[in-house]
Design a binder for this molecule. Structure first.
Ligand code: GDP
Ligand code: GDP
Length: 455
């Protein structure tokens, strides 16, 4: 209406000139507690990133729109420790490796009051190998006296340490000026954090399930390679493939097409590739060899998609090789091994013969639609009201916790926050999730439910 028009006209002229997918990405990396989130807040000029005093809190990699001296970039807070699917703490270096790969430049934050630790040294080796521009931030330099602490960090061999106090703002402007000087104009990490453009698909699965064959079958003659910066075998390459009349971006296909040079364990790299590809993608297609018993590794890859919060499609490949008896056992295995993801769309394909290739696109579209779904608060609360009335939480210790209301905090994937009068048991939460799915679908998308207790 007219008001909207007035707002639109009020925008600066170049407001929509620039494609957000081209915006360079700056990752803020460093050990837990060095002040990454504080620095991110400082740069954003508002208190938005979560600052925790306790190390060991799982935090997502969060991307923010940032601006300095009129230049816009995507700022990625890599958070604290990450805990992977098996509950194992990832080493700082492993976490940093993914973040570096997904960035155009890196702000490496070190706590100047502590000095360089072994973890810091490990990250430095990664940074050297990656060859991306780095700005070394010597944080917690709150006064002139602490500046000698910062100078000690010359020893890391990353050039001049920038003394900064993220807490008080000291030095952050100079540091940002130096960052902009080394930041490329355009992003080379192909919109890892951007929205819009062709939808991004990661093709994942254990070795030999047929990823490369499927990619060839889908691409046919149409293959368009994007971002082929060449060089090392570790470079990701995206391919644009037209399917069902639309462009799809298959991310990190280099790792599929040629065997990645393995310096460490094959498993380590397979799992790292999966992680990185999923970070860049919106939907993961997990390929399973239908002719073989579903393995622990297959289950782990599916879990990686769920943990990454991506939409999920499971494709059973090599369908041409199996008989009726195997089909029977496969169905039993699916029921047993994939109980956590009964909502994942399933397609039975053959990369060799091209069987059911046309079923893949509808499955991807369904999954992505669920992933994007937003339920209006009023509808959600009508649903919750009925559910609570018909199925109250069991009484525990003379008390009966109640869901008071809820809201969908975000999409991609849908995340819900329920406010309750007391602790909700895991069983009851699963029940709520099941009913949410029965009512609203979410086929092909993980959903997250968190509960806040109101005293
Ligand atoms: P992260 O885990 O690296 O994201 O670290 P946080 O941003 O959560 O900060 C960890 C702790 O260090 C918090 O208690 C912050 O208040 C504190 N901190 C961060 N930056 C500074 C700083 O420049 N000076 C001082 N004195 N403390 C800081
Ligand atoms: P990747 O390691 O996951 O990329 O797997 P590849 O695409 O290299 O395939 C591994 C092997 O399985 C190759 O010998 C392929 O020819 C074979 N293969 C892949 N898809 C099919 C299929 O649908 N049917 C049959 N019979 N063989 C397949």
């Amino acid at each position: 209406d007219e008001d909207d028009l007035a707002i639109l006209q009020g925008l600066p002229e170049d407001a929509d000139d620039e494609d957000p997918a081209d915006r360079p990405v700056v990752a803020v990396i460093g050990r837990p507690n060095v002040g990454k989130s504080t620095l991110v807040n400082r740069i954003l000029g508002r208190r938005e990133a979560v600052v925790e005093d306790v190390p060991g809190v799982t935090r997502d990699r969060v991307a923010y729109d940032a601006e300095w001296s009129g230049r816009r970039f995507t700022l990625v807070d890599t958070g604290g420790w990450e805990i992977d699917a098996s509950g194992i703490h990832l080493r700082v270096a492993e976490q940093a490796e993914v973040a570096i790969e997904l960035a155009d430049a890196v702000m490496f934050v070190v706590d100047a009051t502590v000095g360089a630790t072994d973890d810091d040294e490990a990250v430095v080796r990664l940074l050297r190998r990656a060859g991306k521009p780095v700005v070394l931030v010597a944080n917690k330099v709150d006064d002139t006296r602490a500046e000698s602490d910062a100078a000690m960090l010359w020893s890391l061999g990353l050039g001049e340490p920038h003394p900064v106090s993220a807490l008080h703002g000291r030095g952050s402007g100079d540091m940002l000026d130096d960052l902009l000087a080394v930041l490329p104009e355009k992003s080379g990490v192909s919109g890892a954090y951007a929205r819009g453009g062709p939808r991004r698909v990661a093709l994942v699965g254990r070795p030999n399930v047929g990823k490369s064959s499927l990619l060839n079958q889908l691409a046919g003659e149409d293959r368009v390679v994007v971002d082929d910066t060449a060089g090392t075998t570790r470079d990701p390459v995206d391919e644009l493939i037209e399917l069902g009349g639309k462009q799809w971006r298959f991310v990190d296909t280099a790792g599929i097409r040629r065997r990645v040079h393995q310096t460490r364990g094959a498993d380590f790299y397979a799992s790292l590739r999966t992680r990185t590809a999923l970070e860049k993608a919106e939907v993961g297609v997990v390929l399973i060899d239908a002719g073989e018993t579903i393995s622990e590794q297959d289950v782990r890859v599916v879990q990686q998609v769920v943990d990454a919060g991506r939409a999920l499609v499971i494709a059973y490949n090599k369908w041409d090789t199996i008989d009726e008896e195997r089909r029977y056992y496969l169905d039993r295995e699916i029921e047993r091994e994939f109980v956590q993801v009964p909502w994942a769309p399933r397609v039975n394909v053959s990369a060799l013969t091209g069987r059911h290739m046309d079923k893949l696109v509808p499955a991807l579209e369904t999954a992505l639609e669920s992933w994007d779904t937003r339920i209006p608060t009023s509808r959600l609360n009508a649903f919750l009201g009925e559910l609570v009335a018909a199925h109250p939480h069991p009484v525990r210790g003379g008390k009966q916790p109640r869901i008071l209301f809820g809201t969908q905090a975000s999409t991609r994937p849908p995340r819900f926050v329920l406010f309750a009068s007391g602790f909700l048991e895991a069983g009851y939460r699963r029940f709520v999730e099941r009913r949410l799915r029965e009512d609203f679908g979410f086929v092909g998308s993980p959903i997250e439910i968190s509960v806040r207790v109101r005293e």
